[in-house]
Design a protein around this ligand. Structure first.
Ligand code: NAP
Length: 237
């Protein structure tokens, strides 16, 4: 895909991987619609995106709410009249033993990491199909392929997300929509900073920019071929 002049929605764009993806797309010439709860952070990201000569809109939205997700998709269409890329990146993890995980924590992880992806994708699908050439990028995790102590809730969301994402890929490729699932290992962000067990020190932790580089490679492939899943690991853990 030639990314110049395309329109992308990025969820969880206020910081971390989503922020880096939004700025990477802007650098490639794509107009961006940025969604998350923290408006002041979104404004900063939008300002940085505009420095690359593209348009950037922000939508303050809590993705636990279906009507707010609908508003995110609606904002992109009102502003640009079309949509070519949806990046479902927003996510969170309460990394705790099952014995200590609260119902509210379980529900929040499933609402943002999985339900919101379904709702945003379903709302965007008619517009992505209409584009002729389009992408859904779902940020899953290596936690969607592995299991570990304290991961009972989080890994379940990411295993579910990978399954959802692969079914979507099989269903939609005939409509010109390619679906990419990205599965990073530990990335240097604020993710899980409230976690029960602190992130173990790593010599060469993955940076958000590394995720962006891998994603852009996949997006730029000619339409006849598709990278459907990418694992990204630290080379020197
Ligand atoms: P992060 O720095 O904590 O950022 C999470 C983003 O999600 C923020 O922009 C946050 O925005 C947004 N978000 C969370 N809850 C939301 C809600 N209810 N409504 C709207 N937005 C919400 O984490 P990150 O590392 O960049 O994580 C991004 C994605 O990568 C997640 O899906 C995560 O599971 C995945 N991942 C991360 C790692 C890692 O080690 N960092 C590894 C593998 C996969 P607001 O707070 O402004 O709403």
């Amino acid at each position: 895909m030639d990314l110049t002049g395309k329109v992308a929605i990025v969820t969880g764009a206020s910081r971390g991987i989503g922020r880096a993806i939004a700025l990477g797309l802007a650098r490639a010439g794509t107009h961006v619609v940025l969604a998350a709860r923290q408006e002041s952070l979104l404004q900063q990201v939008a300002q940085q995106a505009r420095q690359h000569g593209v348009e950037a809109a922000i939508v303050r939205a809590d993705l636990r709410e279906e009507k707010e997700i609908t508003r995110v998709i609606g904002t992109a269409l009102e502003r640009f009249g079309r949509l070519e890329i949806l990046v479902n990146n927003a996510g969170l993890g309460y990394l705790k033993p099952v014995a200590d995980l609260t119902t509210a924590e379980w529900d929040e992880m499933f609402a943002v990491n999985l339900r919101a992806v379904f709702l945003a994708t379903r709302a965007a699908l008619p517009h992505l199909r209409r584009a002729g050439e389009s992408f859904v990028v779902n940020v899953a995790s290596l936690a969607g392929k592995n299991t570990f102590v304290n991961g009972g809730g989080y890994t379940a969301t990411k295993w579910g997300l990978r399954a959802f994402s692969q079914c979507l890929m099989l269903e939609e490729r005939k409509h010109g929509l390619r679906v990419l699932t990205i599965c990073p290992g530990s990335v240097d962000t604020e993710f899980g900073s409230g976690r029960a067990t602190p992130r173990p020190p790593q010599r060469d932790i993955i940076l958000p920019e590394d995720i962006v580089e891998a994603m852009l490679c996949a997006l730029k492939l000619p339409q006849r071929s598709m990278i459907s899943e990418i694992d990204i690991r630290p080379s020197n853990p």
